[in-house]
Design a protein around this ligand. Sequence first.
Ligand code: HMG
Ligand code: MG
Length: 298
Amino acid sequence: MFSLPNNATIIEVGPRDGLQNEKNLIETNVKLNFIKCLQDAGIIEMELTSFVSPKWVPQMADAEKIVKNITKVGRQFVLAPNATGVERAMENGADAIAVFVGVSHTFNKKNINKNTDEAMDSLAPVVAKLKEQGKFVRACISTAFYCPYEGKIEVEDTISLCKVFASWGVDELSVADTIGMANPVESYTLFKRLKEELPNLLLTAHFHDTRKMALANIYAALQAGVDRFDTSAGGLGGCPFAKGATGNVATEDVVHMLESIGVHTGIDVEKVCEAAKIVEPLISGTIDSGQFRLFKQK
Ligand code: HMG
Ligand code: MG
């Protein structure tokens, strides 16, 4: 048996990844309440919103209001795809920025209207400036395992992209199974390599849960030495430009699993469930609720 870490960090992505794909526009006050309840549950790292084009993602059009009106607790990220997004974020007092790019050219074209090389060329000066200003930079690597348009992604291609971000001095890599297709062997293999090759970076695993393998993938990532996980209360989420993407792994399920195997998260699972209830009635379509709550409701 490998040795489990004593603690793991949950990065709650519900207010951003969880809501970005929702067609019904959710009121800013509801989102602020959702964020506050998640903070009350003990979450100290969270993606709040994204400063993307409101034409592309209308749900995130209130990013300014969100950042201005939250109480800062721990590290609070906002996503930004480009210099315009970073400028908007800075004007509103954000200090931890998540940039994002996929390994796959086709996914990037659909998500940010640039292929991978073009996206990296335009992000390089943006990240350099953020680091000069002493900001915390998280780099989110989409389609690290599979792309909905190009299929399987080679491990070496994902590692190469991660290494470019590492050479730019980013603080964290969040490596994503965008469409929830990875299996535990793939999770272990990629995260083990990343831990070996980039030992000085914070490394986070971001799993969507299409095939209900996210918990197994998290366990495999733990085995590879990862102790940071992106999760979304209620299992909400998905990228609007990744065909077939479903929700993120549910925060309550991950907290429950980790706590039950002795890995402390500092998060109150019941309070996470309460937080999820704030937004769930407003979500259109099917909600892929966390199994922890389904079990409790029986
Ligand atoms: P574009 O149309 O190519 O942009 O979109 P552009 O640079 O040509 O500019 C066109 C107009 O948009 C201009 O305005 C710009 O000012 C404006 P106009 O002159 O026409 O009035 N603009 C902006 N406005 C507000 N904020 C901005 C911004 N940038 C330009 N930041 C763009 C390119 C990147 C903007 C667009 O494609 C976009 O916003 N994409 C975002 C897509 C997105 O949010 N995807 C989901 C997040 S990623 C994800 O979920 C994956 C993740 O969870 C990990 C995983 O699971 O894989 C992180
Ligand atoms: Mg995602």
